[in-house]
Ligand binder design. Structure first.
Ligand SMILES: C[S@@+](CC[C@H](N)C(=O)[O-])C[C@H]1O[C@@H](n2cnc3c(N)ncnc32)[C@H](O)[C@@H]1O
Length: 231
């Protein structure tokens, strides 16, 4: 997969240079390219924003550098689906991440200031929000979306890893523990030390169901609707 990110803060993307995303890039499973929106401006001051029509506070990212940037990126990422990060978009979740991980390419536009000129939406396939709150810019959402999608690309994680993670099958993950078996009097459940893998699997699924019911009744209802009771 190829992911391109268009931003006025290209230097901020260092979290995509570590851990799983870094290894995915090294293995050639994903190519990530960060583009500076200012490189697509046409004036000597590299101005990407202007005042809003109708007055009011804040600045708005202009159409021209974004349209030209996306057009240039599409020369390299021909089939890239264009995503505008926006608090007004559909809420990003694991299901959407899965769908997007099957695309050949993505082009993510990071907004800033008061947002982007509304006409930018005409070149976007998706308008995506990472939650009902306002961030300063689209850079953190772009990283959230990229990180989440990259770990779903086949070959990035071990074969079975994402299957049992939270939100798969509308269940939260089960509780996990590591050494020591007793920490400050808090014991690891005996079953996990038993070596009986069949019983451990059943226990884990039971715990996943219980904690989903307790912590996320909304998800639990979806899980029940699916009619799946076992791993
Ligand atoms: C300060 S916000 C603009 C908010 C806009 N005035 C509004 O009220 O809808 C600037 C940029 O940050 C990004 N952004 C902020 N919050 C976001 C969120 N929850 N999800 C995705 N992008 C977000 C978008 O790219 C947005 O254009």
């Amino acid at each position: 997969m190829r992911i391109d990110i268009l931003t006025i803060f290209p230097e901020i993307f260092t979290p995509l240079d570590v851990s799983i995303v870094k290894r995915a890039k090294e293995k050639g499973l994903v190519e990530i390219k960060i583009w500076n929106l200012r490189d697509f401006t046409k004036d000597k001051h590299k101005k990407v924003d202007d005042e809003p029509y109708g007055g009011g506070r804040g600045m708005v990212l202009k159409c021209q550098p974004i349209f030209d940037g996306v057009e240039r990126i599409k020369k390299e990422n021909k089939e890239g689906k264009v995503i505008l990060t926006s608090p007004q978009g559909i809420i990003f979740n694991q299901q959407l991440a899965k769908k997007l991980s099957k695309e050949k390419g993505l082009i993510i536009i990071c907004g800033h200031y008061e947002g982007v000129d509304e006409r930018v939406l005409s070149i976007c396939d998706y308008e995506i929000s990472i939650g009902d709150y306002i961030l300063t810019g689209g850079e953190l959402p772009a990283m959230v979306i990229t990180d989440c999608i990259v770990r779903l690309i086949p070959g990035v994680l071990p074969e079975d890893a994402p299957v049992y993670e939270s939100f798969e099958r509308y269940l939260l993950d089960w509780p996990c523990y590591t050494r020591p078996a007793n920490f400050k009097g808090m014991e690891v459940p005996k079953i996990l030390l038993s070596g009986d893998h069949e019983k451990i699997k059943k226990w884990r699924i039971q715990k996943a169901i219980e904690r989903t019911k307790e912590k996320r009744p909304d998800l639990y209802r979806k899980f029940l609707k699916m009619g799946v009771k076992d791993g």
